[in-house]
Ligand binder design. Structure first.
Ligand code: GLN
Length: 545
């Protein structure tokens, strides 16, 4: 059942994808929090996959992992970074999940001989999932982002569901926002409203009239344009709110929406009082971001660097760490496969202006040797190095081969016959007996050992961090590594699994089996990213001397 006071804001998109719907939803969430309300946010994806866990980063970008171990759309990353909304697997819904549940129910005979149909069975399941989020944690607002573009066949059950919810709860508790594109035709220098008109028409055919329209524009909307859009799209003129392009960080999008009164008009729609908004920590973050005192160049060496979204949370966390150090960040993206062909002076010159090196996570062996030689370089040249998940596994391989004398040390992911499988599956290590050890997903505790640098950086004896991997450090090698100078800094106590490694005789060399990037926020930068950037700035100034 629905909670009495929760209000629902549904956000759809029109004309085309990539208009920044996820960030717009996250921004509205943040603004509503600034007015003192509690929000929760749901992403509904119209694809048939159960979740994006099995999708290629080329299809989907990063897979974002929640505290409870759900593999979700990267928009959830924006929701968590922008707001205090607690997100779980319930906040990420796909058509695949909905159908899977309904079909399982049908097989169990739960429908008692009735014909199972899209309406009402699929739509009721979608509705149930939305109301479930509302009944947990008692939010004032549930924001629901409908993935895809209005007009797609796939979106229809979701749109039908939100139409029904509006019908059932009324305008006092439901608001529809539609984000579209108003392109500028460059030769004529004119803004064109026709695609927006068509998109709204498409929505109206389903029975949804947007309360607020967010036309994405490359320059501010003038009054004439606004009234034209309002007239053709049946929207109150003041609720045609320009989603202007923003120069600078994506975080400023929130301020653009605030300037254009998205928050005020939302509260007015629901008849709620409009008081002054308070976002002091964000104001401070933006101010520091705009006035950097240093510059830092970080190389990210991975195999999906040509994709803007594949390492999204890592790029964001690097940015949070940089702002926390009052530094302007430049990320130098390097393809680990290309690096494989470099050696000697060519290798050195590639990294000549780099202050710190980060090797992120990944799957499969493409580009692995490039990552390993990068880590070798960072270790021997004493450049700050941060390894994450596969980045840690590569660091272990490199140290095994070049320091511990473990010839051809490898992960069984890349060489199942390796003589020195320093990274392997738990069943290969006989730590767990069940076959097919699946992924370690979501938050697990990590306890730090006495004297570990990482413990000081966190300022804590233990932490909870999120995982997404199958392979682990092979425990029987721990002693050899430690006697050669690589310290196991953090342990998952239950199975004594290695969570972090570090090297003492190095300005900053830390790698984690978990993904700290998922927990970094602009106003709460992750301690490891913050300290890695601090060390990288220090490296830069010591190089200059
Ligand atoms: N492929 C490695 C594993 O499965 C690392 C995964 C990752 O980097 N997320 O353990």
């Amino acid at each position: 059942m629905t909670d009495k006071k929760t209000r629902y804001i549904f956000v759809t998109g029109g004309v085309c994808s990539s208009l920044g719907k996820g960030i717009s939803v996250a921004s509205l969430g943040l603004l509503l929090e600034g007015h003192g309300y509690k929000v929760s946010i749901i992403k509904m994806d119209p694809y048939l996959n159960i979740d994006p866990g099995t999708m290629s980063p080329y299809q989907h970008g990063e897979v974002y992992v929640t505290e409870d171990g759900a593999e979700t759309d990267l928009d959830l990353g924006y929701y968590e970074r922008f707001t205090n909304s607690i997100l779980t697997r319930k906040n990420s819904v796909s058509t695949g999940q909905i159908y899977y549940t309904v079909i399982q129910r049908e097989r169990r005979g739960d429908y008692l001989g009735r014909t199972v149909q899209v309406i009402p069975h699929i739509t009721n399941e979608i509705k149930k999932r939305i109301f479930d989020v509302a009944s947990e944690g008692d939010p004032d607002f549930v924001l629901v982002e409908i993935g895809g573009t209005v007009g797609d066949i796939e979106s229809i059950p979701f749109l039908e569901t939100i139409r029904q919810i509006r019908h059932e709860l009324g305008r006092e508790r439901v608001m529809n926002i539609h984000l579209t594109l108003v392109p500028t035709i460059s030769v004529a220098g004119e803004l064109k409203t026709k695609p927006t008109q068509h998109s709204v028409k498409e929505l109206m055919q389903i029975g949804i009239i947007p309360d607020i329209l967010l036309p994405r524009v490359s320059r501010p909307l003038d009054d004439e344009m606004r009234s034209k859009i309002a007239l053709f799209c049946n929207v109150n003129e003041k609720n045609v709110i320009a989603a202007e392009d923003v120069n600078g960080s994506i975080y400023e999008i929130t301020y653009m929406f605030r300037k254009n009164k998205l928050d005020v008009n939302t509260l007015e729609h629901f008849g709620l009082p409009v008081k002054e908004i308070k976002l002091p920590k964000w104001d401070k973050f933006i101010k520091t971001y705009k006035n950097p005192k240093h510059k830092v160049r970080i190389a990210v060496v991975g195999k999906y660097i040509q994709l803007q979204d594949a390492y999204r949370s890592i790029y964001e966390a690097l940015m949070h760490g940089s702002v926390a150090n009052e530094a302007e960040l430049e990320i130098v993206k390097m393809d680990s496969e290309e690096i494989e062909s470099l050696a000697g002076a060519a290798f050195k010159s590639k990294f000549s202006d780099i202050d710190g090196i980060l090797v992120p996570g990944g799957f499969g062996n493409r580009g692995i040797e490039g990552k390993i030689s990068t880590i070798h370089y960072a270790r021997t040249e004493k450049i700050p190095f941060f390894g994450i998940c596969l980045g840690m596994q590569c660091a272990v391989i490199e140290f095994g081969r070049n320091v511990c004398g473990l010839e051809n040390a490898n992960s069984t992911e890349f060489d199942p016959q390796s003589k020195h499988p320093v990274i392997s599956l738990l069943e290969e290590q006989e730590i767990i007996v069940e076959k097919g050890g699946t992924m370690r997903l979501g938050a697990y505790p990590c306890e730090f050992v006495k004297g570990a640098k990482i413990k000081d950086i966190y300022g804590s004896d233990s932490v909870m961090e999120r995982h997404r991997h199958r392979f682990e450090f092979t425990m029987k090698y721990r002693e050899i590594y430690e006697s050669n100078g690589m310290l196991v800094g953090g342990i998952y106590p239950k199975n004594s699994l290695v969570e972090t490694i570090e090297i003492k005789d190095h300005p900053w060399y830390i790698a984690t089996q978990y993904h700290p990037e998922f927990k970094s926020k602009p106003i709460e930068p992750h301690p490891l990213f913050k300290d890695f950037i601090r060390a990288s700035i220090e490296n830069k100034s010591s190089r200059k001397k």
